[in-house]
Write a protein that binds this ligand. Sequence first.
Ligand SMILES: C[S@@+](CC[C@H](N)C(=O)[O-])C[C@H]1O[C@@H](n2cnc3c(N)ncnc32)[C@H](O)[C@@H]1O
Length: 331
Amino acid sequence: MTDEQPTPDGVLRLINGYWATGVVGAAACHSLFTHLEDGAGTAAELAERAGIAPRGAQTLLDGLVGVGLVELSEGRYRNTPEASRYLVDGKPTSLSGFARLKLKHMGGLAALPDVVRAGGPVRNATTEVADNPHWEEIVPAIAAQSVPAAGIAAEVLGLADAGAVAILDVGGGSGVYSANWLAANPAARSTQLDWEPINVIARRLLAERGLADRFTTVAGDFHTTDFGTAEYDIALYSHIAHQESPEDNIAVFSRLREALKPGGALVVCDYVVDDDRGGPALPLIFAAEMLLKSARGGTWRRSDYHDWLVKAGFTTVSFHSAPPATLVIAR
Ligand SMILES: C[S@@+](CC[C@H](N)C(=O)[O-])C[C@H]1O[C@@H](n2cnc3c(N)ncnc32)[C@H](O)[C@@H]1O
C-alpha cells in the first residue's frame, strides 16, 4: 500500500499567484498576445515587434506557456484559443486592459491581513466615493467582461424582437450593455445613470457605435437620484450589488420596481455564490476584493438576491448562468 502525500506544487502556485498576474499583465502591456496573433512566433520576432529585450520576450513566453495561455509547437509559439479570444487588443471580448490594470492593483492585497482584522477597508474605500478616478480606470477595462452576459441577457429577454422598449442602466459604466442592446434592437432606447465622468466614457462608446441618438445619461448618485415611476420596460443593475449592503440593495430594488412598468424586468448581473457558499470559485475569491474596497459589500448568495427581490415587490425571480457571473431576472 502506498502512502502518497500531496506535492507542494499547487500550494506553491497559489503562494506565487502574483507571478501569473505579473506575467499576463506585462505581456498585455507589450501587446504580446496581439503580436502572436499577427504571426510573430519566436522570442526574437516578438522582441523586435514589441520593442522589448530578447531575454524579456523569452521570459514572458516561458511564463505564458507555464500559465497555459501560449502553446509551443515545433519551435514556434502561438496563442491558445482562450488567449486569442480574451487577450488580443481590439477584440470586443479583450481583457488585456484589465490585465494591465490588475498589475497596478496587486500591491493593494498586502493590506488584506489588516483588512480582515478590521472587517473592512483600512485605507479609503473606493466604491462609495463620487467621481472617484478609480472608476474611470476600471470601467473601460471591465467592459469586455459584460459582452457575453449582455448577449445572454438579450436572448433570455427576447430583446431583439421586443419593439420600442425603454431601458434604465443603473451604474452603467462604459455603456457596454446599452451599446450591445441598442445594436440588437433598433427601436430600443436606453438611459444610463452614473457619475458624470463615467457617463462621458459611455457617450463616447455609444457615439462610436452610431447609437448616440437613442442613448441618454443622467449624472448622479443612484442612492438618491429619482428613477421615475412606471417609465421603463427593463432596468439593469450590473456588477453593483456586490459593492452595496443588503439594506441598500433592497432599497434600490424597491425603487427600480417602481420605475418599471407593470411586467417590466429587472436584470441583475453579478458574482453570485451558492447558498451554502461552496462555489463557484471566482465569485468566492472576489469577496476579498469587496472587503478590501467597500464598506459593506460582499459576494451575495442566490437566496439573498431572491429574498431582497421579493421584499422589493418582484414576484418571479430566475437565475441564468453567464460565467463567471450570474444573471438574476426579476419581474
Ligand atoms: C463595477 S462598475 C459596473 C459597470 C457596468 N454596469 C458593467 O457591468 O460593466 C460600477 C459602476 O457603478 C458606478 N457607481 C458606483 N457607485 C455609484 C453611485 N453611488 N452612483 C452612481 N454610480 C455609481 C461606477 O461609476 C461604475 O460605473
